[in-house]
Design a protein around this ligand. Sequence first.
Ligand code: ADP
Length: 315
Amino acid sequence: TGPTIVAGEILVEIMASERGQGFLEPLALTGPYPSGAPAIFIDQVAKLGGGAGIIACVGRDDFGAINLERLRRDGVDVSAVSVSDRYPTGSAFVRYRPDGGRDFVYNIAESAAGRISLTEEARRLADGAGHLHVMGSALSIAGLKEIVAYAAKAVRARGGSTSFDPNVRKELIDGADGAHFSALVDDADLLLPSGDELLAAAGVADERQAVAALIARGVGEIVLKRGAAGSTRFGADGSRTDCAGFVVEEVDPTGAGDCFGATYLTCRRNGIEPGKALLYANAAGALNVTRLGPMEGLAGFDALDRFIAGTDRAK
Ligand code: ADP
């Protein structure tokens, strides 16, 4: 029992309203939209009615305010979000290329997100939490490492669980942070890799071997995200469940993985069996990519049920 919590970056995203290459010409833009992988994840937990809280830092500005307002409105506990007077809320400018790729301009390195620290409020939220979800960014921000270490211990002490999305740059896995990365993988009750991250997390080149190696290291279950193709769940008992993706028109892929992970986790925490949880997660990911803005396509159970009933699946 106790809410699901995350820690990490909150920012806004501003998108070019038309596809094209780069930002070298003046463009029509749309946004700002609330964003940041941890924010997307935790907002979806709340949309599904799960207890939810976030540890973060935003600037005392409108970009921070729209995030706090959205999270609050959807039911996320934002009492552990600190507000910096010195550093602004970060932003990311995104343009989608005709081939589906993306160009980014980030203003995050010197933003409030990097000022995150283990405050009294953060400790209090972690002390009452039932589940901690950890993301790749936990490896690159000093204050965040401390928060994750504290929260993981607190959650474990209460008999809670953890999940890990290993979306981490390759240099970090190979470099000095490799041991820290491995520890986060080993500790995960639920691992949520996408694409090659499964092989990178295991350090082997074959999917079946990677799954076997990770389960042997103590990972509880693995759910592999496969984009438009859907997803696969591997259980600790050797079971494998495939779930075909829903057929949708992809407008904006940002946030799909976080929305998917939040949905799978929240279903499982609610006692929904793995196959059904996977279906809901696929639906949530697919629905999210049909809307412009990383958090604009997040959906509760009623909307997901309607989407599932009315949408074809890939063969
Ligand atoms: P990540 O964002 O972590 O790379 P994915 O791109 O694999 O993750 O997206 C997560 C999930 O969202 C997928 O497993 C799938 O269920 C769903 N999804 C993502 N893109 C699409 C798409 N174009 N069509 C249908 N479903 C999608």
